[in-house]
Design a protein around this ligand. Sequence first.
Ligand code: UGA
Length: 434
Amino acid sequence: MRISVIGCGYLGTVHAACMATLGHEVIGYDVDTHKVAALSRGEAPFFEPGLPELLQELAPTNRLTFTDSVADVQGADVHFVCVGTPQKAGENAADMTYVDTAMADLLKVVEPGQVVAGKSTVPVGTAERLAAQLAAEVPEATLVWNPEFLREGFAVKDTLHPDRLVYGLPEGAAGESAKELLNTVYAAPLAEGTPLVETDYATAQLVKVAANSFLATKISFINAMAELCESTGADVVRLADAIGHDERIGRRFLNAGLGFGGGCLPKDIRAFMARAGELGVDQALTFLREVDSINLRRRVRMVDLAREVCGGSIVGRRIAILGAAFKPNSDDVRDSPALSVAAQMQLQGADVVVTDPQAIPNARRKWPDLKFADSAEKAVEGAELVLLLTEWPEYVGLDPAALSTLVSGRRMLDGRNALDPAAWRAAGWTYRAL
Ligand code: UGA
């Protein structure tokens, strides 16, 4: 199949590379000429495990190309829309500018018989609107909604071996032939037994935000339990283990700590609430407001705990922060809980030094006033307090005895419940966790 991918961010680049790996001929389009140039050289423009290897493997095949000219995507059987839908400044709603621009671009090149497949996370109703635009310009082309569920850090695996595929299809013959086309695109995962859910546009769009809302709710639920645990001396990790043994609940996504960040969960639950408001059913989602506020409260609690451990004030105290990315195995700092805590502490007068194995360049761009160190050892040098805020394996594996010789005070705050408290205490550290 000939495939075009509109938008080469995390989603689009990984999708393009994976589709080429499956044997398709893929062209990725982006307006960012620097990104297109890097990708054309076979360089991944962001950190994603497995992606550089994939790009290198594909280079000699010529099955994967990139362009900054939309005219080049002409002739593709399927055009995947993979652009971002960030939160609008000062509002909860999603900014649809990139989706609308992508569609306007596509309308110049789409031909009869081709399929436009939306993958971006959008407010429900968007697919219907885009389908009407497409029908007005190219009546014989078909729009399908095919949401993406990949996680950063596992994006290649999630794309090649997804938990499920969802097709939002129009009724009738057009829907049937679009489905056949998508089945050819995804022949490999389907042959592996990946479940396929065929449905209408509205359901397909809602599946994505419902899934992310559920995941966010699970995290905030366990963080609410953590608040109870903290006030009663109970252990939220053991509690999660115990309730997680019940298969109806499940242990995954019950890791209590600093809460969720990133470019997806926070903005998706907010955009979902905003859309529910527009639809007149805002009451159905008021619980997501609580999910959001429990989540944000974790960041405040982290700063409060640091103050408590420092004897009432963090002013002038040298504090090391391990982690800047919103989660391990990513260089993404969008809505990073770690950086939000670091910035708060600095604002309150602490002498903060942040380190991260991958995210420092992105963090520095976003928070130029913060101080950064390029290793954990340098960050903790002379620190009176160390905070683990992103649970990179190299931080979880740090040797407390070795670190003792570098710090000026052995105080560890584990914001991700990732360390072994006994090992740190045995090495003479004051260990506290969220
Ligand atoms: C999330 C979803 O998991 C994907 O399925 C979805 O496709 C993606 O958003 C998207 O909409 O594009 P992602 O943002 O990459 O993926 O990251 P997650 O692995 O979901 O983690 C989100 C945040 O939750 C991180 O800050 C992580 O540290 C936090 N988290 C996760 C917890 O605090 N506790 C947990 O138990 C799990």
